[in-house]
Write a protein that binds this ligand. Structure first.
Ligand SMILES: NC(=O)c1ccc[n+]([C@@H]2O[C@H](COP(=O)([O-])OP(=O)(O)OC[C@H]3O[C@@H](n4cnc5c(N)ncnc54)[C@H](OP(=O)(O)O)[C@@H]3O)[C@@H](O)[C@H]2O)c1
Length: 275
């Protein structure tokens, strides 16, 4: 089982391109720019309304389907009995692909209104039917991951995507995921541009001729996480991608670990009680 898991993790390119806000013609241009830059992992969701844009950019890029790791996420509106699989089929239609690489439960059901079992069994069935190669979750806490393991068995969920960056390091949850060999994907990996005055990131950046955002992404990759920054600006799309060539020293990683201040941005009142 362990070997299979490692193999699955190996095929997830650690630097992905987020597509929240990348709608319409400008969105397609930005996603295409990301593909031309070298990103091979695209992150979309039913609620972003960017599945069409992702499919279109992929088609225009001329890349082969197999060259790209595609993730989508199931909206909490599609958790009811018999709703999840038809919604994923619609996503595949919008993306113009037969299968996605990874499907995530976007959020646990708001206020726990739908039992976990109802939507987890459906996402597991979607995998059996071949609509998605891998399955995972997003915004799941340790308690929810434990319940998930009890329901689906060990090793079924390969990914948990949640907010993580140098000023919100989510250490308890990230450590738990790594112990369980669940890949951590960081959303808001550059804290939506709020890192530009962080002294530690600026000082480490001087050594590499890098921006604080690049140092943040390099930190996340050094920790063994995947990161999915987004931008609508070609220069930033390229500079964020280049972060993967920065190899921080253990000492630099340790310095960045000290600037965590639990600065959470995405925190809906119907969400789970965070660890
Ligand atoms: N699972 C979930 O619940 C969840 C929640 C939120 C996000 N996500 C995913 O994670 C992805 C990333 O999160 P996010 O888009 O919220 O935040 P982010 O990637 O941390 O930040 C994006 C914002 O930062 C700006 N930016 C980009 N590169 C920059 C740079 N080098 N320097 C300064 N500012 C820069 C962008 O503006 P410009 O466009 O002007 O460059 C944009 O407003 C999303 O696109 C989505 O795919 C998932």
């Amino acid at each position: 089982m362990e070997e299979i898991l490692l193999e699955k993790h190996d095929v997830i390119p650690p630097t992905g391109f987020g597509t929240y806000g990348r709608n319409g013609k400008e969105g397609i241009d930005a996603i295409l720019c990301a593909l031309e830059t070298g990103y091979r992992h695209l992150d979309t969701a039913q609620t972003y309304d960017t599945e069409f844009e992702v499919g279109e950019a992929l088609r225009r890029s001329g890349l082969k389907r197999d060259d790209i790791f595609l993730t989508t996420k199931i909206s909490t509106d599609n958790f009811g009995p018999d709703a999840l699989i038809p919604s994923l089929e619609k996503s595949l239609e919008a993306l113009k692909v037969d299968q996605v690489d990874l499907t995530l439960i976007h959020w646990p059901a708001p206020n726990g209104r739908i039992p976990l079992e109802v939507y987890l069994t459906q996402i597991a069935e979607a995998q059996v039917r071949g609509l998605t190669r891998l399955i995972g979750v997003s915004n799941f806490t340790i308690a929810l991951l434990e319940e998930t393991e009890a329901l689906l068995g060990k090793g079924k969920i390969v990914n948990n995507q949640f907010e993580l960056n140098p000023i919100l390091q989510n250490k308890k949850l990230a450590n738990y995921c790594q112990e369980k060999e669940i890949l951590v994907t960081c959303y808001l990996p550059i804290a939506r541009g709020m890192l530009s005055n962080e002294p530690v990131l600026l000082s480490i950046g001087e050594k590499y001729g890098a921006t604080p955002e690049q140092i943040a992404i390099a930190f996340e990759l050094a920790k063994g996480y995947a990161a999915i920054p987004t931008s609508g600006q070609p220069e930033r799309i390229r500079s964020n991608f280049k972060a993967s060539s920065i190899m921080l020293t253990p000492d630099e990683v340790a310095r960045i670990e000290t600037i965590d201040r639990n600065h959470r941005v995405v925190d809906p009142d119907w969400g789970p009680k965070w660890d």
